[in-house]
Design a protein around this ligand. Structure first.
Ligand code: SF4
Length: 355
């Protein structure tokens, strides 16, 4: 490491870049753990029992890193009916679940009325379930196709029962990178705009990062910088989650076969740097879905304080050939194994049950 970092002060972009390039994995782990210990002195590590519901796989956006989407005229396309969605929620309730994560492809024709009806149907029938859903690209496109503004989309969905929005689609908030991996997707300014508008009306969200495609370390710092600045404005992000690009079955892998899956070492280094840099984010999730349960557990020693979801259903990462799974009991064991205290939480990170 070329310079000693004072963790009592906000870490600058130059400092974090220096750490990314020069610190050892062990040094990063020690620093990230120290930052985490200040924020989570009770040593509680949380998880949520929820379910992803990918309501459609139809998508016009064509992100090159995506193995999930289908064009509207392709075989195997679907839009789930309300009955099918209800059946999934009933299953979730039977295992004590509290949240659904709604995420689609970006269907070219569905307008605000369809989403309002869906959300209000669930909110009325299952008031005990928190609806977390519709990432920035979905919100942005609903506004376009419905000829209304982004604030109006958010307010109407909030009124129907939408609680918060996920941070998906951030990938790397650098237009240089986005132009290569997802040229049709919203740009950095537009992604931030959706989250800023949500935060303005009191709707919380999460922030994400997908690394391991064509970005460099400077792009990653630019990404963290955007998030930290927006968090300073409204404190609207509940958590930060990073995961690595899963290349199998994706168009980007065909186009750039030299890109391989990022190593666990790289994942843990970036996780630790996130914890060190994002001083205004209380919660950072471990991405065991992409990293597997043991690296997911190790992530707790590199700054993560949450294991995310028990993931009753996962369709996006598994489309890229990665099928890790974990149930509540396994999570509890993994957390205890690193001398932390497991707890089930809700969407707002409030503790529901301790084990
Ligand atoms: S990542 Fe999302 S927006 Fe991009 S192609 Fe896949 S489903 Fe569509």
């Amino acid at each position: 490491m070329s310079a000693k970092i004072d963790l009592a002060k906000r870490v600058s972009n130059d400092e974090i870049l220096d750490l990314m390039k020069n610190a050892s994995l062990r040094e990063l782990g020690v620093m990230a753990n120290a930052v985490k210990a200040k924020l989570h002195a009770d040593k509680i590590t949380t998880f949520v029992v929820d379910r992803n519901i990918n309501y459609t796989n139809i998508c016009w956006v064509d992100c090159k890193f995506c193995a999930f989407k289908r064009k509207i005229d392709q075989d195997g396309v679907y839009i789930l009916s309300f009955d099918e969605i209800d059946a999934k929620i009933e299953e979730l309730l039977s295992i004590g679940g509290t949240q659904i994560l709604f995420q689609g492809g970006v269907h070219p024709k569905l307008k605000i009325e369809w989403y309002e009806e869906l959300v209000s149907h669930i909110a009325k029938k299952y008031p005990m379930i928190t609806i977390h859903g519709f990432s920035a690209i979905e919100v942005n496109y609903i506004a376009k196709v419905s000829h209304i503004s982004i604030p109006e989309v958010l307010k109407r969905l909030q009124k129907a029962g939408l609680s918060s929005i996920p941070g998906a689609g951030a990938e790397i908030l650098s237009d240089r990178v986005r132009d290569v991996i997802a040229p049709k997707k919203l740009d950095t300014r537009e992604w931030l705009e959706v989250h800023r508008e949500a935060h303005k009306i009191g709707m919380k969200s999460t922030a994400t990062m997908m690394f391991g495609s064509v970005e460099n370390d400077e792009d990653i710092v630019a990404h963290w910088d955007c998030l930290r600045q927006l968090q300073d404005e409204y404190q609207g992000f509940r958590a930060f989650i990073l995961w690595s690009f899963q290349p199998d079955n994706t168009p980007l892998q065909k186009e750039m076969p030299h890109i391989h899956k990022a190593s666990s070492n790289r994942y843990l280094r970036l996780l630790a740097c996130s914890r060190i840099y994002l001083d205004n984010f209380r919660n950072i999730q471990s991405s065991w879905v992409t990293q597997g349960s043991y690296i997911g557990q190790l992530a707790l020693l590199f700054g993560a304080n949450d294991l995310g979801s028990t993931m009753m259903e996962e369709n996006v990462v598994s489309s890229a050939g990665v099928c890790n799974s974990m149930n509540q009991e396994e999570m509890i064991e993994l957390i205890k194994d690193v001398q932390e205290y497991p707890a089930k939480r809700n969407t707002a990170y409030e503790i529901l049950e301790r084990f």
